[in-house]
Design a protein. Sequence first.
Length: 383
Amino acid sequence: MTRAPIRLTVLTGFLGSGKTTLLNRLLSEPAVTNTAVVVNEFGEAGIDQLLIETASSDGVIELSDGCLCCSVRGELVETLLELAERPRSGEPPLERVVVETTGLADPAPILASLMAQPALLEAYVLDGVIAVVDCLAGSRNLAERSEARQQVAVADRIVVTKADLADQGARSKLDAAVRRLNSGAGLVEAGDGQPLADRLLHCGLYDPTTGVVDARRWLGLADDAEARSEASCDGVHAHHAGHHHHGLGHHASEGHPHGNVRSFSLVEANPVAWEAVEAFLDLLRATQGEHILRMKAIVHLREAPDRPVVLHGVREYQHPPAQLAAWPKGTRRETRIVLIGDALPENYVRDLFAAFTGGARIDAPDRTALEDNPLAVPGYSFP
């Protein structure tokens, strides 16, 4: 009998945002069982693991004296592999692992490590990224610290803490800052007294209780998010099907209060050939991989229009493509690629996408010019 993959939740948030307090609340809920926690913090002798209550979990593993996004990534991989091997030691298999990062961690390299290890891909499925922001210092952190912006940008769920300690003006400012970076993530109030598990967990592609694919929610299009992403929001826009573009233009990063971290969507209404999608993604990763914090996509295939392909990537790494049995209910039949980047040149990406999918872009080469021209230099072909 094939064992179900372990669901992996990454909990991140800037220093002092309240990650450990939130984790304790989550672990205390009856819905969270058979869970292991991996805690990372700087310093030779960490204390966060001493503050985590383990009554509802299967123990806390500390990775200290380094940061998960750099010096101890190898140790994280080894720890996760050891946890996945537990059934062979006579212990019950884990249902979930929660990785709490240090407040200075960029989550993207952590997610990339998971995708780069075949053994981890077999044992785990990413259930989602939770980012914690606080009302007192959140706006300033997002304005001044790239780590805080990256944490919010890649999140599937964003938890707001300390709202009771801040005035309405501070809360409104924080909400606006969060939505500029990530308009598709679900926003959760930590202080509303409601259970957290149902709102923070199970935010991957599949609902584990029903087995139903929820692509709209996973792509950040649930509720009114699609309407928000199609509308203007302080310079961050999506574009409509048929390659009609709104967007950041050539001056996207100039004077923007959140620096170079932003998201945008590529949408194509017509079915596209799989080889075109592969070629686009290969060239994009080769030229801009270091700038891609996260990528999610659902592809309307020309070869199998009734069976979309789901893609998920981080940096230059891509999770193996998954073909669905049918289009999820309520999901529009189109190719939609959501990109979250740090200094990712939007015009270049749109031109590249148009070249491989047949869209017309003024003063930009087509696919033949990119693939057959021996003088073309990938990544430097566009103005």
